[in-house]
Design a protein around this ligand. Structure first.
Ligand code: ADP
Length: 485
């Protein structure tokens, strides 16, 4: 099949979170399975800076944005069998960040991503790339299914093209003032609650949820959760209209990108048969973070965006208790300034116990996955979560709140039966988190049992093998559907 991915992030070109890992790995797996796969991304500043060998693919394309016509071009670069295309327009994408600065989102995100999406459709025509499927991801690409069902409905170029929309996080919706409708070029008839309107705004994510032929999300549990009022982010009513076309499948990780036996960033390699190197990695991590270097101290880690979703407030609430127990914490992340401030206070107060890295650092992330004993993911909600799967690969035991993909991928370890790959709790409270950390430390104190638990995790198949097959089946079986609202 000819499969086209459209997304706003892809590792190693541009990454702020898990979406980038997915787009950097699923297309490769589909290529392995015999498909032709291309990915369209914006050409952000850092892509040019990193020096990828880009070639121009389309010189100039003019497209309407609002009442004006704007021009952009397309660049390309191969990546492990996948053809990656980059939509270029300097005033939209040649910026330091992808979506905004710490002060807030870029105020013209509606314009930037409208331009991106329309240009992708026109570029496909110029490149004579006729997709069987366009697979869109998150709000930044939600208008593409809407365009194909409206402005491009009778365009013979797309006559066999189906659209699939994957929700990576329902809480990011791309909601903009009604004026944005005129930027999109879509008829105002689409601005009603059955279509793009959402509490008086234009919702780009609704484009994906309503107009695509199939809607998927990144774990089975999250697919159920988002249909409830509690976790539907106001879109549960919209999702109810698509309940027969809504499925969940857990993300995978690329086994070669995350491999403690071969990873260039891992100080001493190890594998499930020989775990000696893991000890050396822990020591190196303690050294790098200037915390005391003792192998028998439980070392917990936290890697992630410092936002309420990730449960960082629970971690902050248990820090003093952790230190009182002589446990250590290495944290890597950036996000809200209030969390940075709180964490810096603890970091200063307990320099031997807490290693703080308030930054985005892919190398440090690998050092942590390799060197920590346990990874904390006490998320308030978690569509899939990749951290816990990466941790499993590196023999780092996940301690998670059982929600979304964390619920689907982590099974409670039972010391008696020796089954399970981590520890989980259900209530969103610091008390439950700390109790669960204590259970984990009890097992940690028994070296033989702990090694068993680490090996259970390392034996889990977190690759794309199963999930890529599910996507392939959806690409084949999904039918082009008329709009039913
Ligand atoms: P989300 O997409 O919500 O941020 P995921 O768990 O799906 O969460 O994916 C997060 C990805 O980003 C993982 O690969 C994780 O290792 C990485 N990551 C998160 N924060 C940082 C950071 N500060 N530095 C390096 N990598 C990070």
């Amino acid at each position: 099949m000819e499969i086209v991915f459209v997304a706003s992030e892809m590792a190693p070109f541009a990454k702020t979170g898990g979406l980038a890992d997915v787009i950097g790995s699923l297309p490769r797996e589909l290529v392995k399975r015999g498909h032709r796969v291309s990915v369209f991304l914006p050409k952000y500043k850092n892509i040019t800076r990193k020096g990828f060998p880009l070639k121009q693919a389309v010189k100039a394309i003019e497209i309407p944005v609002g009442f004006e016509t704007e021009a952009g071009s397309v660049w390309t670069c191969p990546f492990n069998g996948v053809t990656v295309y980059f939509v270029d327009r300097a005033d939209y994408f040649d910026r330091d960040e992808l979506y905004g600065t710490p002060a807030g989102d870029y105020p013209d995100n509606d314009r930037r991503f409208t331009f991106f999406q329309r240009l992708v459709l026109e570029a496909l025509k110029r490149l004579n790339l006729k997709p069987d499927v366009i697979h869109c991801h998150d709000w930044q690409t939600g208008l593409i299914p809407a365009y194909l069902k409206t402005l491009y409905r009778s365009d013979s170029f797309f006559k066999k093209t189906k659209t699939i929309f994957t929700v990576h996080n329902l809480s990011y919706q791309g909601n903009f003032p009604p004026d944005s409708m005129s930027l999109t070029g879509l008829s105002f008839d689409e601005f009603r609650y059955e279509r793009l309107e959402f509490y008086g705004k234009v919702s780009f994510i609704k484009g994906g949820l309503i107009y695509s032929d199939l809607v998927t999300t990144v774990s089975e549990r999250y697919a159920k959760e988002i249909q409830t009022q509690e976790m539907g982010c106001g879109l549960e009513g919209t999702l109810a209209t698509r309940k027969d076309d809504l499925f969940g499948v857990v993300n995978g990780i690329h086994s070669e990108d995350w491999d403690p036996a071969r990873d260039a960033e891992v100080p001493v390699h190890f594998n499930s048969r020989d775990l000696v190197g893991k000890k050396a990695c822990k020591k190196a991590l303690q050294q790098e973070n200037r915390i005391s270097q003792e192998s028998d101290r439980p070392l917990f880690a936290f890697i992630g965006r410092l936002i309420p979703q990730k449960g960082i407030d629970l971690v902050i609430q248990v820090v003093e208790d952790m230190v009182a127990q002589n446990w250590q914490l290495v944290l890597l992340g950036t996000g809200l300034e209030e969390y940075h401030k709180a964490l810096r206070i603890f970091g200063k107060r307990h320099p031997k116990h807490i290693g703080l890295n308030i930054t985005f650092d892919l190398k440090m992330a690998k050092h942590i996955y390799a060197g920590a004993d346990m990874l904390l993911m006490p998320s308030h909600f978690e569509p899939c979560g990749l951290g816990q799967m990466i941790a499993l690969r590196y023999g780092t035991v996940p301690v998670v709140r059982a929600t979304g993909g964390l619920y689907d991928t982590i099974q409670e370890f039972n010391p008696k039966s020796g089954k399970g790959n981590g520890f989980r709790f259900s209530g969103y409270s610091a008390k439950e988190l700390f109790e669960t950390m204590n259970q984990a430390v009890d097992v940690f104190r028994d070296a033989r049992l702990w090694a068993k638990l680490m090996r259970n995790g390392m034996a889990c198949d977190c690759s794309w093998r199963h999930s890529a097959k599910r996507y392939e089946a959806w690409y084949e079986r999904t039918e082009r559907k008329p709009l039913n609202v």
